[in-house]
Design a protein around this ligand. Structure first.
Ligand code: NAD
Length: 496
């Protein structure tokens, strides 16, 4: 762990397995509540000292630039580490462990250079008042991330929090601490003062919950499951912390009847198969018009059959394993339940055959047809390479099905007539709606969920607002003593 600028070990250690081979990749410290307390104390001390928050924004931005340069320089190594700990195929790992973090950090550094921490307030009255409206850091922020995109999700939280002058304690997921620990090295090397940024590892229900309830933590930013998100809201209420939540999803992917089928088939595969479906914003419910249904499914199955499953370290591999055996069993369980409830398996449905899949946590790309929106597989987040195909007969019906979910993270529409596709997109209850594409997480566009997919947004020009308090600093300017606010109140006639 990285606490107060030092590398700290723990009595117990986690064993991290390569999800593709089940070989031991590394062991990692298993932090305790005491470690979390030490990290919070360091963060609190450095926040109060002003060693980081009082730097000029331009100076903090220069540190972020240096971090981006370092991640870029070490891109190949971070890509490989991401593959080893998370099972990402190498070509995907590069996007998530180098290109995206670098782009995000540079975006935040630029945003910081232009961010208005203080702006003049309006002159109002009578009585005449002027002033400034300020944005100030909140204090000690706890960031808690899941295992599926450790480095990018750490960046989405940690960089805006640090940019705005906060001190941070990051808790990584038990299964994938490596990316965040590498980020800690680079933040320290770039000049973030010791104690301002800390990483603790440890179990969620123990160390994570302890951080969320900690009286000295003022803000929690969490990415993970909706059920844990609800627990976090309860635990954070102890001292009414500010909370940002990025939770699960059940993305509806609507193909309109004028869609370019070749484009939409490949795009729909990208939408549900990326990282073997272990992404909150995946397009897991494919809504097809009856007129296109059979042709579309046939082409989808054919294209999926050419996806290469296998060693994630090979550049030719398209599909990697799931993170662990628990996750694989869960996914296989969802497929069984779907069959019992009347869905038809038209591709996959089990563990791939062959010696090379005897070890590792594999599930075949799976397509289910005849799914209805009330089936378990259409309601709950599967988090595996499983697509539910649902028929519709009118756009109104498609929109109704798409919105008939407690989630609201991402959705998409495919169609040649852009204005019609956009019109459908406007009607979808989701924080991100993609037209003729998927998984677009551009730094400049806010990302987050409607309904039970979360609260608050990451990325975009508003990202820093989530890590700052607003202050109104008002100055009484009324020249006449008798017109000052207090004089007016005191001299008011008594209320009968
Ligand atoms: P999870 O909720 O089980 O765990 C996420 C993190 O929370 C881990 O670090 C875990 O240790 C910690 N944690 C667990 N219980 C805790 C508690 N009581 N208090 C504090 N921390 C606790 O999630 P998971 O299953 O590991 O990750 C997958 C989930 O994350 C999926 O639901 C997925 O949709 C979601 N996710 C959402 C986004 C998004 O941006 N909306 C992005 C990625 C993943």
């Amino acid at each position: 762990m990285f606490i107060d600028g030092d590398w700290i070990d723990a009595e117990d250690r986690y064993t991290l397995l390569n999800p593709a081979t089940e070989e031991v990749v590394a062991t990692a410290a298993k932090g305790t509540r005491d470690h979390a307390d030490q990290a919070v104390a360091a963060a609190k001390r450095t926040f109060e000292s002003g060693v980081w928050r009082d730097l000029a924004p331009g100076a903090r931005a220069a540190v972020l630039d240096a971090v981006a340069d370092a991640v870029e320089r070490r891109g190949a190594e971070l890509t490989r580490l991401g593959t080893l700990e998370g099972g990402f195929p190498l070509k995907l790992s590069n996007a998530f462990n180098e290109l995206m973090p670098v782009a995000n950090i540079r975006y935040f550094a630029d945003l910081l250079r232009g961010y208005q921490f203080e702006r003049p307030g309006p002159l109002v009255g009578p009585p005449l008042v002027g002033g400034v409206i300020r944005r100030e850091p909140i204090g000690v922020c706890a960031a808690i991330i899941p295992w599926n995109f450790p480095l990018p999700l750490a960046v989405w939280k940690v960089i805006p929090a640090l940019a705005t002058g906060n001190s941070v304690v990051l808790k990584t997921d038990e299964k994938t601490p490596i990316g965040a620990l590498e980020l800690a090295k680079e933040l320290q090397a770039a000049g973030v003062p010791d104690g301002v940024f800390n990483v603790v590892t440890g179990d969620g229900q123990d160390v994570g919950a302890h951080l969320v309830a900690h009286p000295d933590v003022r803000k929690v930013s969490f990415t993970g499951s909706t059920s844990v998100g609800k627990q976090i809201v309860r635990d954070a209420s102890s001292n009414l912390k500010k909370v940002t939540l990025e939770l699960g999803g059940k993305g509806a992917n609507i193909v309109l009847d004028d869609a370019d089928v070749r484009l939409a088939v490949d795009g729909s595969i990208w939408a549900f198969m990326m990282h073997s479906g272990q992404a909150c914003e995946s397009g897991t419910r494919l809504l097809l018009p009856s007129s296109l249904h059979d042709e579309f499914v046939a082409r989808l199955v054919e294209r999926l059959q050419s996806q290469v499953l296998g060693d994630p370290l090979q550049l030719t591999t398209d599909v990697g394993p799931l993170i662990n055996n628990t996750q694989r069993e869960r996914v296989l369980g969802y497929i069984e339940t779907a069959k019992q409830q009347g869905a038809k398996v038209v591709l996959g449905g089990g563990v791939p055959a062959g010696e090379q899949f005897a070890k590792g946590f594999w599930v075949e790309p799976t397509v289910l047809t005849d799914v209805t929106n009330d089936m378990t597989v259409a309601c709950e987040e599967v988090f595996g390479p499983v697509l539910s195909v649902i028929r519709y007969d009118s756009i109104d019906e498609a929109v109704k099905i798409a919105n008939d979910t407690e989630y609201g993270l991402a959705a998409g529409v495919w169609g040649r007539d852009l204005s019609r596709a956009i019109e459908v997109g406007r009607r979808l209850e989701a924080g991100s709606v993609w037209i003729n594409d998927w998984h677009l997480a551009n730094s400049a566009y806010p990302f987050g969920g409607y309904k039970q997919s979360g609260q608050g947004r990451e990325l975009g020009a508003g990202a820093f607002d989530e890590y700052t308090e607003q202050k109104s600093l008002q100055i009484g300017l009324e020249p006449k003593l008798e017109n000052r606010a207090y004089a007016l109140v005191l001299s008011a006639p008594p209320v009968p």
